[in-house]
Design a protein around this ligand. Structure first.
Ligand code: SAH
Length: 213
């Protein structure tokens, strides 16, 4: 259920659904998603679906991970910030692409589990237990910022946009009317202007304030 064939099938499915960046697809093929979830769910690891990871949170759907990764790949980032470590899977995919990954998580227990996975898989990621709304200014500016929880309003990511390098790109799910959420892409152009684009409708758990153990 976790064999290379099953993973290859997921990659083919992502390709059929519009993911075209080969490096992104290769990273998804390489990172063992089944090791980022509870063993009881491992048989579903290569389905294109979000799965529970405890504390009411989820490991994102592979297509969404791929779409966000592909969006930031386009600016060839060296240093990236992820907000919402969760299982650690998205961070591992970014690290597999050779990016220097920084990730912030507000739930201590999830962060501890993710760190264990990074260690046992030999993945180098800098992480901290904090409210990711604040970004990680000491390590900024970042060439890319990936937010993996939905902001209730676009203004909530303004502080993160400030930590984007020139030429850098942020992708974040932002809530709209009703239950709708859109994946928003913001690029800081060379002249300092910000360019905004909506990439896709998505479903994420909410971006919340404050810390939990
Ligand atoms: N990238 C994760 C997705 C996890 S779901 C993965 O690949 O598994 C989103 C995560 O964002 C949750 O773990 C949630 O606790 C975290 N989160 C929500 N609001 C946050 C905030 N303000 N700062 C940091 N993390 C946050």
């Amino acid at each position: 259920m976790t064999s290379q064939r099953v993973r290859d099938r997921l990659v083919e499915r992502l390709r059929e659904n519009g993911i075209s960046d080969e490096a992104t697809l290769e990273a998804i093929r390489l990172v063992p998603r089944h090791l980022f979830i509870d063993e009881a769910l491992a048989s579903r690891a290569y389905e294109d679906t979000a799965l529970p990871i405890g504390h009411g949170q989820t490991i994102s759907q592979p297509w969404v991970v791929a779409r966000m990764t592909q969006a930031v790949q386009q600016v060839a980032p060296r240093k990236v910030l992820e907000v919402g470590t969760g299982s650690g899977y998205q961070a591992a995919v970014l690290a597999a692409l050779g990016m220097e990954v920084h990730t912030v998580e507000r739930i201590g227990d999830l962060l501890r589990q993710a760190r264990k996975r990074f260690r046992s898989l030999g993945i180098e990621v800098r992480s901290k237990h904090d409210d990711g709304h604040l970004g990680w200014a000491e390590h900024g500016p970042f060439d890319a910022i990936v937010v993996t929880a939905a902001a209730a309003a676009p203004a909530l990511v303004d502080g993160l946009v400030d930590q984007l390098a020139v030429g850098g790109r942020l992708v974040a799910p932002v809530a709209g009317a009703g239950n709708a959420q859109s994946l928003l892409q913001i690029t800081r152009l060379a002249d300092g202007q910000l360019e905004q684009q909506v990439l896709a409708p998505v479903t994420f758990v909410p971006l919340l304030a404050g810390l939990l153990d």
